[in-house]
Design a protein around this ligand. Structure first.
Ligand code: PLP
Ligand code: COI
Length: 361
């Protein structure tokens, strides 16, 4: 147990309920921010200290701060939900705390104590609970992150870090929450390489993905399918979500975890729920050629993306340099819909959770 304690300094001028309601009417994703944030500081010698919940404000940074030069930065994404009884709940915050520590280790940063991480999420949701949307697709998206803020230009792990968590009232990540997404197979750009940082949730991975994302947008696609860096054959994941394939015989398949794939918490939850529902789930490599052939032969019936932001979003049309193909007439398939229902029911507390995933705030 860490001895880090969070002092609360409530915002002296929170927005009124009328201001909040106007902002939350149509929040989109990642544009509407709450009144508070969490901050904690690390310095070598002192460890983590000065943890507080305070008014959301700009972060002063020295222009020599290491993060601005060598990108020592990690982040997380998790959601708080409005429950049927009007309360609030978090989903698997402990799993995000663990992944945050693993990301810190990969980026040679000071690990943030897992129990303090979970406590920080609870405290922020408590103080900003009025910002949790009360809509079927709405939630409060929490964005914990850590930056190296030591002012020093030598290339080495920094000796000072800043941990911050902000919160955003969000609706669905994609425009049409009941529809499918169109994806672009990135044959030129890869996201992560063996031995690299693909399994860590660090900003650099996303910076590296943006040229491919821009290419996808030019092709009329909403997401990028990244292939392995060595052979450009195996499907790894999408720019911001993991991927599953559903076969006509009822089996599910997802690429196995490696050091170039983010170990998604939604991915792990889907595997567990699908197995409990009696489905066979294989964690095995899958090539883009096999995907195309399986769709054409009718062996593959659905594909879907999953992640905290995306929840479970079926993939409709797949575009690549060679050709395009469409899965299940670009409508949400029954397996994706069923798994999404199971997951969302646990997240919102409308069904009994036997996994310890649903955490009341
Ligand atoms: N893969 C990438 C690259 C992501 O950014 C995300 C989103 O967090 C995921 C997968 C899914 O992870 P999770 O289910 O933990 O949100
Ligand atoms: C998340 O799902 O939490 C992510 O970080 C992915 C991003 C597309 C918002």
């Amino acid at each position: 147990m860490s001895d880090l304690t969070f002092e609360t300094h409530a915002h002296p001028a929170r927005r009124t309920s009328a201001e909040r309601a106007a902002l939350m009417e149509n929040p989109g994703f990642g544009k509407v921010f709450t009144d508070h944030m969490v901050v904690a500081r690390y310095s070598a010698g002192r460890g983590w200290h000065d943890a507080r919940i305070q008014a959301r404000e700009a972060i002063p940074l020295d222009p020599a701060a290491a993060v601005l030069h060598y990108a020592q930065e990690i982040f997380e994404g998790l959601k708080a939900y409005r429950t049927a009884d009007g309360g609030a709940a978090l989903f698997r915050a402990d799993a995000n705390a663990r992944r945050f520590r693993q990301s810190a280790e990969r980026m040679a940063m000071a690990p943030f104590p897992e129990d303090a991480f979970v406590e920080a999420m609870h405290k922020l949701v408590q103080i900003d609970r009025d910002w949790i949307p009360d809509t079927p697709d709405g939630s409060l998206y929490l964005r914990p992150f850590m930056i190296a803020n030591e002012a020093f230009l030598g290339v080495k792990p920094a000796s000072e870090y800043l941990f911050v968590t902000i919160a955003s009232a969000v609706g669905s990540y994609f425009k049409d929450p009941t529809g499918t997404v169109t994806v672009w197979i990135s044959e030129h750009f890869t996201r992560a390489a063996p031995g690299g940082t693909g399994a860590a949730k660090c900003g650099g991975n996303y910076a590296a993905s943006l040229a491919a994302q821009a290419e996808a947008a030019r092709q009329g696609c909403e997401q990028v399918v990244f292939l392995d860096a060595a052979e450009r054959r195996y499907i790894e994941e999408l720019g911001g979500m993991n991927v599953f394939f559903v076969f006509a015989d009822g089996t599910l398949q997802t690429p196995p975890l490696s050091d170039s794939i983010l170990p998604g918490i939604t991915r792990d939850s889907v595997i567990t729920l699908a197995r409990e529902a009696g489905l066979t789930v294989k964690e095995e490599p899958y090539t883009v050629d096999a995907w195309r052939a399986d769709v054409r032969a009718g062996r593959l019936t659905e594909a879907f993306a999953c992640g905290t932001a995306a929840v479970i979003t079926p993939i409709g049309t797949v575009k690549g340099r060679e050709d395009n193909f469409t899965i299940s007439d670009a409508v949400a398939g029954p397996v994706a819909r069923r798994l999404r229902g199971m997951l969302v029911d646990i997240q919102r507390g409308t069904t009994q959770d036997s996994h310890g995933w649903f955490q009341k705030v």
